[in-house]
Design a protein around this ligand. Structure first.
Ligand code: PNS
Length: 187
């Protein structure tokens, strides 16, 4: 049977509750949802790609039809490579629309058969972005309720050198052992 596969591409630096809200919604309408982290060597990310993969894998472990992958190059080429027919993107406010429209139309120009599907996260996350989360955390503000607890802990680890000793990999949910020990169930 034909599987309806979607990719959810992004930087996820770091993953926020808005991303997770969208992943949950996407997992309900697609047979398979691939959270695709862009490997972008030009950027200077807060979390490296492996850290982002580990966080997203831990955070999406309960969804049997969600997996995490990384890609570089064009989103449309990655989608074609894994047989995805849709790109999932979140639209929070009107301000997102112009950029998302440009991207969706460019992707359509590059690969007409790939459909972009927009979903809105819960209203309470409509002002939330990874960039603001990074900024608030870096300036010592609280990001409680804006990102999952695991991400909050890891952000603290990045900010506070003493906390760094508790090291990323020491957090059970972020390790492959921790992930494997979870029972996967569909949301
Ligand atoms: O989380 P972001 O930064 O909003 O994600 C943007 C992303 C990764 C979806 C976009 O930059 C992208 O698709 N990059 C891959 C390169 C590409 O395909 N560029 C043309 C897009 S029209």
């Amino acid at each position: 049977m034909h599987k309806n596969i979607a990719i959810y591409p992004g930087s996820f630096d770091p993953p926020t509750n808005g991303h997770l809200d969208l992943i949950e919604r996407g997992s309900k309408i697609f047979d398979e949802l691939v959270v695709a982290i862009l490997r972008n060597p030009d950027k200077d990310p807060l979390f490296n790609v492996s850290e982002r993969v580990a966080m997203l894998e831990a955070l999406t472990g309960d969804y049997s039809n969600v997996r995490v992958d990384t890609f570089d190059g064009l989103t449309v080429d990655y989608a074609a490579k894994i047989g995805a027919s849709s790109v999932l993107r979140g639209i929070r406010a009107l301000s997102d629309y112009e950029y998302e429209l440009q991207m969706a139309l460019m992707n359509r120009k590059l690969r007409p058969e790939l459909e972009t599907v927009f979903m809105m996260p819960a209203e309470k996350y409509s002002y939330l972005s990874s960039r603001l989360v990074r900024e608030v955390a870096q300036l010592g503000g609280s990001v409680k309720g804006l990102v999952p607890e695991l991400v909050e802990q890891n952000l603290r680890g990045k900010m506070d050198p003493a906390f760094k000793l508790a090291e990323f990999a020491a957090i059970p949910e972020a390790t492959s052992a921790g992930r494997k020990s979870r029972t996967r169930k569909k949301a």
